[in-house]
Design a protein around this ligand. Sequence first.
Ligand code: ADP
Ligand code: MG
Ligand code: MG
Length: 192
Amino acid sequence: MTGSADVLRRFREAAHEAHPALTELDRLAGDGDFGDNLTTGLDLAVARLDGSPDDGRDAFTVAAEVFLDEVGGTSGPLFGLLFQELGRAGETGAGWPEGAADGLAAIQRVGEARVGDRTMVDALSPAVESLRVGGSPTEAAQAARTGARATADLRARMGRASYVGDRAQGHPDPGAVGIALLFWSRAAAESP
Ligand code: ADP
Ligand code: MG
Ligand code: MG
């Protein structure tokens, strides 16, 4: 997709900036490795991109390979599925509305989380809905952020966070925050 490489690089920067906060959120709700998983994966993806010939593949397709094969945690392969669909939509020209919707479907097929389970789905689903009704990249990012913030009031039913009870109450789900960062990175890349 035009600008995919730019979005990916901005996402990498945003993830590094948020790394301490993401680590703390996953420490409250899980095992504290989400910030590491995301930044390490994005570092590898950008390095892979820099070392790849420009063969017409979308940057997210390259990132998907890295996240599906090499990134740990529950979030690694789930981000990989989203990147795979964004990459495919870039290569076919379908664009973000379709790529994000297909990515959400893939994440839910594999992870079986529904809206309200306190996962990345709570940020991705409203962003997909915003794009479906013609929302701009900024509006989609706002929808993702609103969804991510609302996870602070949710109790986890899926993943590691479901074991720790109410310790994370009042704090958003790290994966949902990560999704919001992705959509803001796209909004920033596309703003004139
Ligand atoms: P782990 O719990 O294996 O250490 P990470 O820390 O990499 O995984 O990722 C945690 C994030 O993964 C959570 O914040 C949540 O957003 C997401 N997650 C966990 N389980 C699911 C699921 N079943 N579906 C979607 N997202 C999930
Ligand atoms: Mg973790
Ligand atoms: Mg882990």
